[in-house]
Design a protein. Structure first.
Length: 214
């Protein structure tokens, strides 16, 4: 997962807040991935059952031409079943379910544990151990989860627009399909530009105040 902040200049409280945010985002991310693979697995099972029914239909109507819709369903079911055998939807759903549980346990430990520097280091090590077992991250989905969490924690409105990641409609639709490795870099560039604009605005306001005072 993308790390929200590892700036050593931050206080322990600020670093703990950033760590909790990252852990909660990881929980959302893995929950979304688990649900995605669960749906694919269930749809594949349903279509496989329909495929079995189409075989029975063909046998019962031997010599007649199968309806086009039945042929299409059979082809889709065969394709999804083949992909399921190769990819393993159920296994992938299980992996993300386990990762979500591990991140949730870490959040509980952070919320109920100490809030000092040694505890922060311990939480960070635990997080790194979990991330070591994570599959490659789908960046667009990670950004969607980050935006959802920001809104859930009250960071919404014009003053927080610079914090929100922006994605195209196509990136949203394919968030589970393509990794979009370049999206994270683009989001970081946007945030840096927004921070520079905000700093420039503050400097201009400060200069105006100084000029007015003199």
């Amino acid at each position: 997962m993308t790390v929200e902040s590892t700036d050593g200049a931050l206080s322990v409280d600020e670093q703990l807040h950033a760590l909790k945010f990252d852990v909660r985002r990881s929980c959302r991310y893995h929950d979304r991935r688990r649900a995605y693979f669960d749906i694919l697995h269930k749809v594949t099972n349903v279509l496989t059952i329909i495929l079995a029914g189409s075989v029975v239909f063909s046998i019962a109507h031997e010599g007649s031409k199968d309806p086009v819709w039945l042929v299409c369903i059979a082809l889709v079911a065969s394709l999804l079943s083949a992909v399921d055998l190769v990819v393993g939807y159920a296994q992938k759903a299980s992996v993300h379910r386990e990762l979500k549980l591990r991140f949730a346990e870490l959040e509980i430990e952070i919320l109920t544990g100490s809030e000092d520097d040694p505890a922060l280091k311990r939480y960070t090590v635990t997080r790194l151990k979990i991330e070591k077992d994570e599959p490659p991250v789908y960046r667009a989905l990670d950004i969607l989860c980050r935006n959802e969490l920001l809104i859930a924690e009250g960071y919404e409105g014009r003053e927080y627009e610079s914090l929100m990641g922006r994605l195209t409609g196509y990136e949203r639709l394919t968030a589970h399909v393509f990794r979009w490795s370049d999206v994270a870099a683009a989001q970081e560039t946007r945030r840096e530009n927004a921070a520079r604009k905000a700093a420039k605005k503050l400097r201009l306001e400060s200069d105006k105040n100084v000029a007015a005072a003199t």
